[in-house]
Design a protein around this ligand. Structure first.
Ligand code: V3L
Length: 91
């Protein structure tokens, strides 16, 4: 299946973004297309809330640690500065 949309989370204190890992991207896209208002998901062993209404993510036990999220198609992600995927830097 061709992936049409990619999800990104903001780098802290920066205007650039990280791409979500592929599995998480698929789960986000599924929940978003199901019109869920939020998704509770484990990412790298920690539980996060993805809030589709506010377009933010935060660890459920540290709700102050907010990062913005974005959903982009292949075209509009060209305007983002992308650091890498899930903490793995692009070379
Ligand atoms: N996917 C993978 N790891 C994540 C995600 C996610 N959606 N959200 C948080 N983490 P927090 P800068 C990030 C990791 O938000 O300085 C980057 O991937 C997060 O990793 O307080 O922001 C980088 O690896 C962090 O290690 O819950 O650009 C790293 O931060 C940890 O969870 C530094 O990137 C706590 O983040």
């Amino acid at each position: 299946i061709d992936k049409q949309f990619n999800w990104f989370y903001q780098s802290k204190g920066s205007t650039s973004f990280w791409a979500f890992d592929e599995r998480t991207n698929e789960e986000l896209e599924q929940a978003y297309s199901d019109e869920k208002d939020h998704l509770i998901i484990s990412i790298a062993g920690f539980v996060y809330c993805i809030d589709f209404l506010r377009l933010i993510q935060y660890p459920v036990n540290h709700p102050e640690r907010i990062r913005k999220i974005k959903r982009c198609d292949e075209l509009n992600q060209e305007s983002l500065t992308i650091k890498g995927i899930a903490g793995v830097r692009l070379t």
